[in-house]
Ligand binder design. Structure first.
Ligand code: G6Q
Length: 535
C-alpha cells in the first residue's frame, strides 16, 4: 500500500466527527454521498467520512496506479502473474458486437460469442423438450455437479432469479464430497428425466470427479445401458481431454478459458444451469447488467465510481478503523446465498499475506465477509453490530419492488432495512432513554452509541440485469482493494494446497498397512477412524 498516500488518509481521519454530528452540520450530506450506476443507487452517507477524507482516499487510489491497473485487466494483460494468466471475466459479458479483446495477440471475443450461442441452442432444446433423455423422456431435472467457483455462482443466481425460472423444471446443485449431498439429490429425481452438468474448469477436482463418477454409475444402473450417458451428461470445462476420458462427447462440452477465474466464472459456460433455468434472453439481460457496471467502473471518475468508493470505504475501515470483518445484509430472500457467494469472491481473492513482490504485507488485507438476509439477521447477530465491541461496517441491499406482493409485507421489510441503518448511525442517547421513562439502572443497557457505519444499495427490482450489475460491482470492489493492498487477487494457492493435502491422508485411510508419518494427533485420528470403519 502506498505509504505516503495512506499516511495522508490517516492524518485526515483526525478531522472526522461522529456520523450524527456530521449529518447535523451538513444538510446536503445524503445527496453529496449518493451515487448511481447500472440500475443501482449507493447511499454511503452513513459512514465515518468527510469530503476531505474521501479526497485523500481518491489520492490513495491514484497513487496505487488504479486507472492503469483497470485498463490492464480489461485489455487482457497477464495480471494474474503467479499463474501467468490474463484476467478477462469482463470479456465474457462484453455485449459490444464489435469488441475485440486480445490475449497473446488473438481476439478472444469470437470464441466467447460461439460458446454463448452453443449454450443458448442447448438450453433452448432442453427447455422446449427437443433434447430428450435416453428413453425418450423430457428432461425435468438438471443436476449441476461442481464445487467452489463452479458451484457458488450458479447456486446463488438460481435462487436469486427464481421468478424468471422455468417452474416445471427442478434444479439441483451437488458440491460436497459428503455422499449425503449426492444421495439426497438422487432420491429426488428419476434418471430418465435428469440431465447432469459436470462443471469443472480443470476436470480433476476430487469432489466433483468423485460425485460425477458416482452419478454416472447410478444412471447406468438405473437405465441399464452405458450408452445412456451420452444423453444425460454434459460438461462445462477448459479440459477437453479429461472430459473425453470421462466418457462425455466433447460435442456436448461447453468450453471456457484459463483467463476465467473460478470465482469469476458465473458469466462463462459455468452459468449453463442458470441459462437452462431462466432462458437465453434473460441470461443475455444478466450479461448486459454486468456489462453496464463494467463500463461504469472502467470509465467513471473515481469520485462517481461505485466499486471504487465501496473499495475505498472498505480499506478505510480495515486499515484505518481496525475493522476485521464486514457484513453483507440483503433484504431480499432471493439473495439468500449472495453473502456466501461474496465470501468466496472476496476472501479467496484478497486473503493474501504477501505483496506482489513476495514480501510479507505490513497491514491487514482482505477482511472476513459474512452475512444473512434481513430481517432474519436482526433476530440473531445484529445485537453485536449495535452494541458489541467490534466495529462491523455493513452493506444493506434492498429492492424497492418485490416480485411477490402480499399485503404490506414488503413495506415492512424495507422499513426494517431503513430503520436499521438509521439506528446504527444515530444510536440512542442516555437522555433519550430517560425521556422515554427508562429506569436509571437500565439506561446503560438501553443506550446505543451509534456511529456504526453502513452503505445502502438500492435497486428498483431484482432482475437478471440488476443481479449482473450487483455481482460486477462487488467483483470490481475486490479488484480495487487488491490493487491498493498490492496483492495478487486472482490466484488461490491456499485452495490448491487443500486439493493436494487430502490425497495423502486418503491413502493412509484406505491402505492395507498404512505407514503413518503425520504428527501424533493426525496419526491418532486416522487410526481411530480406521478402527471405527473396520480397517
Ligand atoms: C475459484 C477457486 C475454486 C475452484 C474450485 C473448483 O476461484 O479456484 O473455488 O473454482 O476448486 O475447481 P474446478 O472448476 O477446476 O473443479
Amino acid at each position: 500500500m502506498n505509504e505516503a498516500a495512506w499516511n495522508e488518509v490517516k492524518a485526515e481521519m483526525a478531522n472526522v466527527k461522529t456520523i450524527k454530528e456530521m449529518f447535523a452540520e451538513d444538510p446536503q450530506r445524503a445527496e453529496r454521498f449518493t451515487l448511481e450506476a447500472a440500475g443501482w443507487t449507493l447511499d454511503y452517507s452513513k459512514n465515518r467520512i468527510t469530503p476531505a477524507l474521501m479526497k485523500k482516499l481518491y489520492k490513495l487510489a491514484e497513487a496505487s496506479n488504479l486507472r492503469e491497473e483497470i485498463e490492464k485487466m480489461f485489455t487482457g494483460a497477464k495480471i494474474n502473474e503467479t499463474e501467468g494468466r490474463a484476467v478477462l471475466h469482463t470479456a465474457l459479458r462484453n455485449c459490444d458486437p464489435d469488441a475485440k479483446v486480445l490475449v497473446d495477440g488473438r481476439d478472444v471475443m469470437p470464441d466467447v460469442r460461439a460458446v454463448l450461442a452453443k449454450m443458448g441452442d442447448f438450453s433452448d432444446s432442453v427447455r422446449k423438450g427437443a433434447w430428450r433423455g435416453f428413453t425418450g423422456k423430457r428432461i425435468k431435472n438438471v443436476v449441476n455437479i461442481g464445487i467452489g467457483g463452479s458451484d457458488l455462482g450458479p447456486v446463488m443466481a438460481n435462487i436469486a432469479l427464481t421468478p424468471y425460472s422455468k417452474r416445471n423444471m427442478k434444479f439441483f446443485f451437488v458440491s460436497n464430497v459428503d455422499s449425503t449431498h449426492l444421495a439426497e439429490t438422487l432420491r429426488s429425481v428419476k434418471a430418465a428425466e435428469t440431465l447432469f452438468i459436470i462443471a469443472s474448469k480443470t476436470f480433476t477436482t476430487q469432489e466433483t470427479m468423485s460425485n460425477a463418477e458416482a452419478a454416472r454409475e447410478w444412471l447406468v444402473k438405473e437405465l441399464g445401458d452405458k450408452s445412456a450417458v451420452a444423453k444425460h451428461f454434459v460438461a462445462v470445462s477448459t479440459a477437453a481431454k479429461e472430459v473425453a476420458e470421462f466418457g462425455i462427447d466433447t460435442a456436448n462440452m461447453f468450453g471456457f478459458w484459463d483467463w476465467v477465474g473460478g470465482r469469476y466464472s458465473l458469466p462463462s459456460a459455468i452459468g449453463l444451469s442458470l441459462m437452462i433455468a431462466i432462458g437465453r434472453s434473460n441470461y443475455a439481460k444478466l450479461l448486459k447488467g454486468y456489462w453496464k457496471m463494467d463500463k461504469h467502473f472502467r470509465t467513471a471518475k473515481f469520485e462517481r465510481n461505485i466499486p471504487v468508493n465501496l473499495a475505498l470505504l472498505g480499506i478505510l475501515y480495515a486499515n484505518g478503523y481496525g475493522a476485521e470483518t464486514y457484513c453483507c445484509l440483503p433484504y431480499d430472500q432471493y439473495l439468500s446465498r449472495f453473502p456466501a457467494y461474496l465470501q468466496q469472491m472476496d476472501m479467496e481473492s484478497n486473503g493474501k499475506g504477501v505483496t506482489k513482490d513476495g514480501k510479507p504485507v505490513t497491514y491487514s488485507t482482505g477482511p472476513i465477509e459474512w452475512g444473512e438476509p434481513g430481517t432474519n439477521g436482526q433476530h440473531s447477530f445484529y445485537q453485536l453490530i449495535h452494541q458489541g465491541t467490534h466495529l462491523i461496517p455493513c452493506d444493506f441491499i434492498g429492492c424497492c419492488r418485490t416480485h411477490n406482493p402480499i399485503g404490506d409485507l414488503h413495506d415492512k421489510l424495507m422499513a426494517n432495512l431503513f430503520a436499521q441503518t438509521e439506528a446504527l448511525a444515530f444510536g440512542k442517547t442516555a437522555e433519550q432513554c430517560r425521556a422515554e421513562g427508562v429506569p436509571e439502572k437500565l439506561v446503560p443497557f438501553k443506550t446505543f452509541e451509534g456511529n456504526r457505519p453502513t452503505n445502502t444499495l438500492l435497486c428498483d427490482q431484482l432482475t437478471p440485469e440488476t443481479l449482473g450489475a450487483l455481482v460486477a460491482m462487488y467483483e470490481h470492489k475486490v479488484f480495487v482493494q487488491g490493487v491498493i493492498w498490492n496483492v495478487f487477487s486472482f490466484d488461490q494457492w491456499g485452495v490448491q494446497l487443500g486439493k493436494v493435502l487430502a490425497k495423502g491422508v486418503l491413502k493412509d485411510l484406505v491402505a492395507a498397512k498404512p505407514e503413518l508419518k503425520h504428527d501424533s494427533s493426525t496419526n491418532q485420528l486416522i487410526l481411530r477412524y480406521r478402527k471405527a470403519v473396520g480397517r
